[in-house]
Write a protein that binds this ligand. Structure first.
Ligand code: FES
Length: 127
């Protein structure tokens, strides 16, 4: 089993960000919420903030991947509502050999807002 990494776009905006005086974008709030929900025992290196996953119109956005596994991109996440769903899916992905977790076992928001899945990179093509 290869542990998976959860990437959280920190530059995603929510509809309310435009009118808000709060300069913290929704994506950055989602990253903080996920880190808080993960707790101190979750390896820091497994939750990574990134700038733009190219799913801007359907943010907030995350991606979950690992060497040798399928990568999933999930969108339409709410910073205040979906941290637990994101973590649950990251745990499921981490525990699965290929990352293709049981569809019915995924949190509902994850099931309904999967933007893309990308096959594992062929090791022979990466050199
Ligand atoms: S700003 Fe988040 S996907 Fe582009």
């Amino acid at each position: 089993m290869t542990a998976s990494t959860l990437y959280v776009c920190t530059t995603c905006r929510s509809a309310s960000d435009g009118a808000s005086v709060d300069p913290v974008r929704a994506g950055a709030r989602l990253l903080s919420a996920v880190q808080r929900a993960a707790g101190p025992d979750y390896p820091d290196s497994r939750i990574v903030g990134v700038e733009c996953l190219s799913n801007c119109s359907r943010g907030c956005t995350i991606a979950v991947g690992a060497p040798g596994k399928w990568t999933y991109v999930i969108g339409n996440l709410d910073a205040e509502q979906h941290a637990a769903d994101v973590l649950a899916f990251a745990h499921q992905h981490s525990a699965h050999d290929t990352g293709v977790t049981v569809w019915r076992a995924r949190p509902e928001h994850i099931r309904k807002n999967t933007i893309a899945r990308v096959p594992p990179m062929n090791p022979r093509e990466s050199s």
